[in-house]
Design a binder for this molecule. Structure first.
Ligand code: X8Z
Ligand code: ZN
Length: 617
């Protein structure tokens, strides 16, 4: 639930057209007069009709979205037969509502309306993540399939050394295990587990595409690309352009990390001319590499700050991690989280039931009932994730007074970038203020610190890009169920330069081993966020007049940054995203140059390290 539920509602689901509503619920006499109205030749729609339509859409969406959110919350914090049943039912209702509204919105295509109304009409037409065709059977089937996929991921288990291991435990094991044989075993078992999702996934693609076509899109991928205030094809070009900017940095990082892992594991496990084995990077998907930072530090160099160790040594608890994140936001002038946040959030994994452990931030009533749902562990990853999720919550609260259809991020990448921008401000200086470290390391430690950030921030970029490149190919039909897996590994090879540790076949469904695929959550937003977070961060550092190396800047405590930031967040999605970006950063383009500036000293150092190495794969 990365977006507020009301927007997510339109994003995933649907409702009841006016006529269906009237004809099913109005008393007989009223029905006759309504039928008479509909029987006469309809007048051409007017701007006033469009305004009335929007009012109705906002009221009906608002009403159902709270119900849908509470049902989804009940499910995500307690997966049972019954909560799955309820989620599928509400999914049917909301999908039907959203699809019917989208189709109705099209009748205003040629009507002259003001800019706000036009923007809202566009959102109604484009805002559904996974539409169904209008056939009620298809709507029900899609809701059943998506619920099954979601539950299959979150309740997935593997057998390891005679023990049953849950999804979240596999993640922890990938973070902490260093034996390559064991890593390959955990990795393979978790990926094998996704095989059973493939048939449902293929059906979901068929139904979603049929729905997208009825709404006038070529396929679901085209629908997803339409949400960025620019033509969908331009958006695809835009992400490629940004990737080209940052790729040289990724290539240098890859080259250095591979060489270091080769030092540790030898030629057989890490050959120097091959993609890196995906299970060796401290993360199930090799999407972030920070957990193996110690393995890649040069002998004698400072490997940076081991935050996991420090948090544990200082007695941090999951609750304290979230409170620490909140304190950053309040230092900027944001109001503290409401009491209900602390009463109703799920901060640790419950021991007695199945839950969706993948972290998310919720806004249940589109007003004040904001919460996080995490299975927080005292570790650096979750320290980062806590800031990430709270970024969603503070964004949701900032735009709560916007009209229903504008309760959302300027684009979905903005929503993902807020907490990440704050997390960049977790510098040694800030850690000292928190009492996590006694002394701020001197400038000689800068490369170690930058390397540590790059192991997450730069390593993530190709993964962030390729997940939806894969889905775009799936939705367009370029990949078929027979080539799903081959296509996945082609992209992972091409962009990330990683490979599977064990043989994979066309029967496998390795993409399904990543939460967002069975969950149906678009992923390009994270690629955008990892670019935007540096743009936001650099702008904030400029605002406080920071003159030192960018990566040492923290804007903790700056009310000036907070006020400007809040001005952008309050806009929600009411304006095209370039307006929001300009309000905070002064620029109208998503662009990789802030990342390049941030890592400039590291790039110089990596090039020096790699000068006698053969890079690439
Ligand atoms: O899914 C998430 C968040 C929830 S919006 C925890 N992230 C992506 C992932 O885990 O793959 C944050 C980073 C990328
Ligand atoms: Zn998020």
């Amino acid at each position: 639930m990365t977006l507020s539920i009301s927007r997510k509602l339109l994003a995933t689901t649907a409702a009841v057209t006016v006529s269906a509503f009237l004809f099913s619920t109005a008393p007989a006499s009223a029905m006759e007069s309504v039928k008479a109205i509909f029987a006469s030749k309809p007048a051409a729609p007017t701007a006033a009709d469009a305004a009335a339509f929007i009012t109705r859409v906002e009221a009906e969406s608002d009403a159902i979205s709270e119900e849908a959110s509470r049902i989804n919350w009940a499910y995500a914090t307690n997966i049972t037969y019954d909560t799955q049943w309820l989620v599928a039912k509400i999914g049917e209702r909301t999908t039907k509502m959203a699809v019917d509204f989208a189709i109705e919105a099209k009748k205003f295509d040629g009507v002259q309306v003001d800019a706000v109304t036009r923007r809202k009409l566009d959102f109604i037409k484009q805002g559904i993540t996974l539409p169904a065709p209008q056939d009620p059977k298809a709507v029900a089937e899609l809701a059943a399939v998506t619920t099954r996929l979601s539950a299959a991921y979150s309740t997935g288990k593997i057998e390891l050394d005679g023990k049953t291991v849950s999804q979240s435990e596999t993640e922890t094991l990938m973070r902490t295990t260093r034996d390559p044989k064991k890593l390959a075993e955990i990795w393979t078992k978790w990926h094998d587990n996704a095989r059973g999702m493939k048939a449902d996934y293929a059906r979901m693609v068929e139904l979603g595409n049929a729905g997208a076509k009825e709404l006038g899109f070529a396929d679901v991928g085209a629908l997803w690309r339409s949400g960025y205030d620019m033509p969908p094809d331009d958006f695809a070009k835009e992400v490629d352009r940004i990737w080209t900017q940052v790729k040289p940095l990724y290539d240098e990082l890859h080259c250095h990390v591979r060489a270091k892992l080769n030092d540790k594991y030898g030629n057989e496990i890490v050959p120097l001319d091959q993609p890196i084995r995906a299970d060796l990077m401290g993360n199930m998907w090799a999407q972030e590499w920070g957990n193996v930072g110690d393995l890649v530090a040069n002998k004698g160099d400072d490997p940076g700050i081991d935050l996991t160790k420090i948090l544990n040594a200082k007695g941090y608890t999951p609750l304290k991690i979230i409170q620490t994140g909140e304190a950053f936001f309040t230092s900027l002038g944001f109001e503290p989280l409401p009491k209900t946040f602390w009463e109703r959030s799920q901060i640790v994994k419950p021991r007695d039931r199945e839950v969706v452990c993948h972290a998310s931030a919720w806004d249940l009533d589109s007003r004040d009932d904001i919460r996080v749902k995490m299975c927080t562990e005292v570790a650096a990853d979750d320290f980062q994730t806590a800031h990430h999720e709270l970024g969603h919550n503070f964004y949701q609260r900032a735009y709560k007074n916007q009209p229903v259809l504008f309760k959302g991020g300027a684009n979905d990448g903005f929503h993902e970038a807020i907490g990440d921008m704050v997390a960049l401000s977790i510098t040694p200086e800030y850690m000292k203020q928190l009492g996590l470290i006694d002394k701020v390391p001197d400038a000689s430690k800068d490369l170690g610190l930058l390397m540590q950030k790059a192991m997450d921030g730069i390593a993530f970029l190709p993964f962030g890009l390729l997940v939806d490149k894969w889905r775009w190919q799936v939705f367009s039909g370029e990949l078929t169920p027979a080539t799903y897996n081959e296509g996945w590994w082609k992209l992972r090879n091409q962009y990330q330069g990683v490979r599977a540790p064990t043989a994979r076949s066309a029967d496998d469904f390795d993409p399904g081993a990543k939460f967002h695929i069975p969950d149906g959550t678009p992923y390009m937003r994270y690629f955008l966020a990892r670019v935007l977070q540096y743009q936001f961060y650099k702008a904030a550092c400029d605002q406080i007049g920071w003159k030192g190396p960018l990566h040492r800047c923290t804007f903790f405590g700056s009310k000036e940054v907070g006020a400007k930031f809040n001005a952008m967040l309050e806009m929600g999605s009411s304006k095209p995203w370039p307006d929001a970006l300009e309000a905070f950063t002064g620029t109208r383009q998503m662009d990789g140059s802030a990342i390049i500036a941030y890592y400039e000293p590291l790039m110089v150092w990596l090039k020096e390290q790699n000068k006698d190495r053969k890079c690439g794969w």
